[in-house]
Ligand binder design. Structure first.
Ligand code: NAG
Length: 235
């Protein structure tokens, strides 16, 4: 079924990018506390430390358009930004991946599966949902646990779901978030692809900076002089 509900897809101008990018005026002094806490965590565990965690959300229709050669299926229940990942991160850009940890075990996630299917679907036919969740757990989730942010895979996945429900897309305007676009050549246009929200150690949203001085941030691929399309979702 093609769902092209009027109003769901709409044009947003480059103003979005500019507004987003100007949200950095709000200065925060949280870093001192984060660093103090990190020192404790590092002392206690001797393990990987991270400055914050990024919730990467993706506009699923953009994935479909970008990978036109693949079959793309957006679940009927999915009408929002979905999860790309929940990634431990550091100011300065070096982030831990592929840590040691407990093996992915879907039986520990049974109560979360319906929401995971809706909010963390693998829309491309290149693998199953479970393969995607396992890959994300192996690459990022284990490091989030090693850094002391979560106790196990159940709390990691359930926190990702909680935050994507709470901060889906434009509810995040108060904080500076990362915006990524994709360029499509046929027809020639930019589409909104990802929004990323950042959280501190206690899962409060913080401005997404990539350095401790709060002067640098990521934005990728958006044409800030032209329009950026926000595509209607097609099921
Ligand atoms: C996270 O941010 C919240 C809200 O700004 C703050 O109250 C809390 O102390 C912060 N936690 C850490 C570990 O910095």
């Amino acid at each position: 079924m093609r769902d092209t509900k009027a109003g769901q897809g709409r044009l947003i101008s480059a103003d979005l990018g500019r507004r987003v990018l100007s949200f950095g005026n709000k200065r925060s002094h949280n870093m001192i506390f984060i660093c103090a806490l990190l020192a404790l965590v590092a002392c206690a565990t001797g393990q990987a430390e991270v400055d914050f965690i990024t919730l990467a959300t993706v506009w699923p229709q953009s994935d479909c358009e970008v990978h036109k050669h693949d079959t793309c299926t957006i679940p009927a229940s999915t009408n929002t930004f979905t999860l790309r990942g929940f990634w431990p991160d550091n100011f300065g850009g070096e982030y831990p991946v592929d840590c040691e940890g407990e093996e992915f075990d879907i039986t520990q996630l049974q109560s979360l599966v319906p929401l995971l299917e809706q909010l963390w679907p693998n829309v491309l036919e290149d693998g199953t949902n479970e393969e995607l969740w396992k890959e994300q757990w192996d690459r990022h989730g284990k490091c989030a646990v090693e850094a002391g942010l979560f106790t196990n895979q159940e709390t990691y996945f359930s926190e990702a779901l909680t935050q994507v429900v709470r901060y889906n897309a434009f509810q995040t305007f108060y904080y500076r978030f990362n915006v990524n676009c994709q360029y499509l050549s046929d027809p020639d246009r930019f589409v909104l692809s990802e929004l990323q929200v950042c959280f501190n150690q206690t899962m409060s949203p913080i401005d997404c900076y990539i350095d401790g001085d709060h002067t640098s941030y990521h934005t990728h691929g958006c044409d800030v002089t032209g329009e950026v399309l926000y595509l209607p979702i097609q099921h």
